[in-house]
Write a protein that binds this ligand. Structure first.
Ligand code: IMP
Ligand code: MG
Length: 177
């Protein structure tokens, strides 16, 4: 039988997440002053965070999306990265910011950095809503991090478990029943 998931504790409120998104958007505006940035949202988990951060970016901004998956059903990584949807326009010559929901093992990000570097962008940085350093298997860090979180499985604000809970406007831990 499929596992039943229940919300456990609220980890980050909507207000906390959105205040931090605003700070990061402003930081990006300062770092890229006079330049144009291309945000590449990694579907599906990054959508809410990306929408929130980009509202506070004041430099010229274009957006694109990549869909990858390193996870099957459940809460354990399969370690295998697949591209489901490629960019609409190449990253060549652009100031790219990869926008992620969470960096856990770093396997997905390592793959994405290699993949996008191959298109010779002008620069490449990473903005992740959450960072779970205890799960790391690759030696890499995001440049803009919303929050560092402990090694528990989190849902909401775009994050899912088996496609559920992405719509929650806050982040919570889940319990398996
Ligand atoms: P990594 O390749 O292990 O760094 O995993 C990255 C991806 O795994 C993220 O983009 C998420 O989609 C997913 N992921 C990792 N931890 C969590 C979590 O706590 N909740 C929901 N998704 C997670
Ligand atoms: Mg993801």
């Amino acid at each position: 039988m499929a596992a039943a998931y229940k919300l456990d504790k609220v980890f980050l409120t909507q207000e906390e997440i959105e205040r931090r998104a605003d700070e990061i958007g402003k930081e990006i505006s300062r770092d890229y002053a006079g330049k144009e940035v291309t945000l590449i949202g990694i579907l599906t988990g990054s959508v809410m965070w990306m929408a929130q951060v980009m509202k506070s970016i004041e430099v010229d901004t274009s957006i694109d999306f990549l869909s990858v998956s390193s996870y099957g059903a459940g809460t354990k990584s399969s370690g295998v990265v697949k591209i489901y949807k490629d960019l609409n326009r190449s990253a060549t010559g652009k100031h790219v910011i990869i926008v992620e929901d969470i960096v856990d093992s770093g396997v997905t990000l390592d793959y994405l950095l290699n993949y996008l570097s191959g298109q010779n962008p002008a620069s490449i940085k990473v903005c992740s809503m959450l960072d779970k350093p205890t799960g790391r298997r690759m030696k890499l860090e995001a440049d803009y991090v919303g929050f560092e979180v402990p090694g528990v499985f989190l849902v909401g604000y775009g994050l899912d478990v088996d496609q559920r809970f992405r719509n929650l406007p806050y982040i919570a831990s889940v319990a398996v029943e």
